[in-house]
Design a protein around this ligand. Structure first.
Ligand code: ADP
Ligand code: MG
Length: 729
């Protein structure tokens, strides 16, 4: 954690009024109190400045210098009134977390005198010392630094004594060094493309914005137990630990009430979230013991994503006050469910229509089908990119394992819509359609019930499922920045919608009626994207076989999943829509590989250290107790009788030696492999080596360590066991 993040941690802990002292206000009274949102700006800006900022928020227009000064002053005065003394540009470097650099508002203006100052240029642009943020070779460390620039579409907020201003992070040569910049571009692209397609159905649509409602899963672990597990502290997951006698087989946690201590934590972090304008609404237990989920009302994607990042920070901070630690890792414990972050996604218009919600009549249903089918086609054509967007060392442990979506990307749509698409595929006739054909089609299209939401079948095993009025991308990892997945999803849908419109317009230009042209094009898309649709059990072995037959990819690990970034088609797609250029794509690929390598390197070290310094010594200590016992028995009972009495002890002594030696040998081998991988020059080769030669040894090492855990005297075992971590309330 950077020192600035550590500082922000302390500040939240210090913040007044404390939750417990909060008078009984309703949420509506304090929701968004610590954010500088449009309504607040209206109160303190001139009409003109307000218009400028409103247009920036709603349409992405630029803010000129004069107005920026006025906005900065108003923002500063508001922040100071909330107790802020410092400000920071809050940004999302490619490390995966958020970063801040704090500066004071005050400026000395003579001996013993200072004023509070914050002007437009400080709001709009800042230079953090960025030399240590990853940039994958875009700019070497000796060159000019990057700068951060204000994103007016996401409200500034106050945490503790600091005004945080959401920003993008760009190099001086203009390349994006963060997650937010390409996300904003992708959102713009899909918004424009969707707006253009909407013109076929409703001329009043002038603005379309993608929406995101994430569901955040996490584990809550007692701080003291957490701190006694170096693996949790350093890697976020238990690299060792025998499965507890009771796992999640009873499902009693899912249906149970939330333990009191966890509820106290949740109430407080929800309170803090509400102050920051994060619309958290639901909370419940998840399937695994000590696993929980929270979800907000959906919002426009960029704001929703900032809110998710903020929430992850707030959760961690508040958890410490309750002597908990939050585990956001995708797979902290082998053998029980991991954690995901479902990304519910749709497109909303300025006319208040959800484009993925079936409508009241054939016309609005045609619009629904258009966006629905184009999305499926986009997933079909770009499944590997979508897979790459969720790839990480930690998510690799989860995908395809125990109750998690497989690494195979497929789309689930439910029986009703499957039938609808099958009908469309069959019933759209070649050549001119007769009036009867058309009536029949219209009738059929009109039949999609408006409230699919309540009667869509649920398939929890699909990585990308239609859930009645939105798609739910379930393979996103719990610790991920959703921006990565959202950038890819919105880009591929934008591209598909543009292609769709081109084809339809061509047909119209050739004299085809609009409705028929749309229907025919949809029919083509249904046919072409058929193999990505799967309604069965995504967790099953049969699906793995079936998917292979269909020619769908099953990219099980991150280095292989990331390869798609270097393909020509990927570069063409992102460059064509002006979302990421070739340099940025190469850089991102490199950074992701580096992140992967670093994560595995750390895991490998922790595994080695724990085995050699904790587990083997404990096993030998216990073995000595057994040896003493055997010697004692022999000395009292004589050689033959004594040995007979010590049968179990002697067997255990042998077994311990066997496991200790094998454990030690495997660790040595793993260290050798790690050294070989470490010395490789090429980043991709290195990542592959960590994946194929280092990581593959982790499970074998664990096997012996976990065997020892169940043999050694509980009092002598140096690590809290999974049973304790998972069932301490
Ligand atoms: P569940 O999937 O658990 O039954 P819901 O259907 O109510 O619950 O919604 C789950 C998530 O989907 C919530 O975070 C919600 O905000 C989000 N969501 C609902 N509608 C949309 C939408 N149009 N766009 C994006 N997210 C949405
Ligand atoms: Mg869900």
């Amino acid at each position: 954690m950077s020192t600035s993040r550590a500082k922000a941690f302390e500040e939240v802990l210090d913040r007044e009024p404390k939750f417990m002292e909060e008078p009984k206000r309703r949420v509506s009274e304090y929701f968004g109190e610590f954010t500088f949102h449009l309504d607040k700006m209206r109160e303190c800006l001139t009409e003109e400045a307000y218009k400028v900022v409103k247009s920036a928020v709603e349409h992405g227009t630029p803010v000129d210098r004069t107005h920026a000064d006025q906005i900065a002053t108003a923002m500063k005065d508001w922040a100071i009134s909330q107790g802020a003394t410092h400000y920071t540009h809050w940004f999302q470097p490619l490390t995966g977390s958020t970063a801040e650099k704090h500066d004071g508002f005050f400026k000395p203006i003579g001996p013993g005198k200072a004023i509070e100052r914050f002007e437009g240029d400080l709001l709009v642009q800042q230079e953090p010392d960025a030399s240590s943020f990853p940039h994958g070779g875009i700019r070497n460390t000796f060159e000019a630094r990057g700068y951060t620039a204000w994103d007016p579409t996401s409200p500034a907020f106050v945490i503790g004594k600091t005004l945080c201003i959401p920003t993008v992070f760009i190099s001086y040569t203009g390349e994006a060094l963060d997650y937010k910049m390409p996300l904003l571009k992708a959102l713009q692209a899909v918004g424009n493309a969707a707006k253009d397609v909407c013109q076929y159905f409703d001329k009043n649509v002038t603005n379309v914005k993608p929406t995101l409602g994430w569901e955040q899963e996490y584990f809550l672990i007692d701080s003291a137990l957490f701190n006694a597990r170096p693996d949790l502290v350093l890697t976020g997951r238990a690299v060792f630990g025998h499965a507890p006698a009771k796992g999640q087989q009873l499902d009693d946690h899912y249906f149970g009430s939330i333990p009191e201590r966890a509820t106290a934590f949740m109430k407080e972090f929800e309170y803090e979230s509400h102050l920051l304008g994060i619309p958290v609404t639901t909370r419940h237990n998840e399937v695994a013991p000590n696993q929980f989920e929270c979800a907000p009302m959906f919002e426009e994607v960029n704001v929703a994503n900032d809110h998710n990042l903020l929430l992850m920070d707030v959760m961690e901070k508040v958890a410490r006050k309750h002597n908990f630690r939050v585990l956001l890792h995708e797979k902290p414990f082998a053998g029980i469910n991991g954690s995901g972050k479902h990304n519910n996604w749709s497109l909303g218009t300025n006319t208040g229509v959800n484009l993925l919600q079936p409508g009241k009549n054939p016309k609005s249903n045609m619009q629904f089908l258009t966006f629905f089918i184009n999305t499926i086609k986009a997933i079909h054509d770009n499944a590997d990119l979508l897979r790459a967007s969720i790839a990480s060392a930690s998510n690799d442990h989860r995908l395809g394992a125990n109750e998690a979506p497989p690494a195979i990307i497929s789309v689930f749509i439910g029986t009703q819509l499957t039938k609808m698409l099958d009908d469309l595929e069959k019933n759209i006739k070649a050549g001119k359609m007769t009036p009867e054909d058309k009536t029949e089609l219209k009738l059929s299209i009109g039949k999609i019930p408006e409230l699919l939401l309540d009667n869509t079948d649920r398939n929890r095993t699909s990585p990308f499922a239609f859930t009645g009025n939105k798609f739910e991308f379930r393979a996103v990892g719990s610790s991920a920045n959703c921006a990565q997945a959202m950038t890819v999803l919105n880009t591929i849908v934008a591209n598909q919608l543009i292609e769709f419109k081109k084809h339809v317009d061509t047909q119209i230009a050739q004299g085809e009626k609009k409705d028929e042209a749309i229907l025919r094009e949809l029919q083509v898309l249904i046919k072409e994207s058929k193999k990505i649709r799967f309604e069965g059990n995504g967790y099953s072995e049969e699906w793995v076989k079936e998917a292979a037959k269909r020619g769908l990819s099953n990219l099980k690990d991150t280095p292989r999943a990331l390869d798609v970034w270097t393909q020509k088609a990927t570069k063409k797609l992102f460059n064509g829509l002006d979302i990421l250029n070739e340099v940025e794509i190469e850089a991102r690929h490199e950074i992701e590989l580096e992140n992967y390598i670093l994560k595995l390197q750390i895991e490998g070290r922790v595994i080695g250290d724990l085995a050699v310094n904790h587990i083997i010594p404990a096993a030998i200590e216990y073995q000595n107790v057994l040896l003493e016992n055997v010697e004692g028995l022999i000395s009292v009972l004589g050689e033959k009788e004594g040995r007979k009495a010590a049968t179990m002890q002697i067997n255990n002594i042998k077994a311990i030696s066997r496991h200790v030696n094998e454990l030690n040998d495997l660790v040595k081998q793993m260290i050798e492999e790690r050294k070989k991988a470490r010395d490789m020059e090429n980043t991709r080769d290195k990542a592959y080596a960590y994946c194929d030669n280092v990581k593959t040894m982790f499970d074998d090492i664990r096997y012996h360590a976990d065997k020892l855990e169940i043999m050694v005297d509980d009092d002598m075992w140096p690590l809290p066991k999974l049973r304790e971590l998972l069932f301490t309330k």
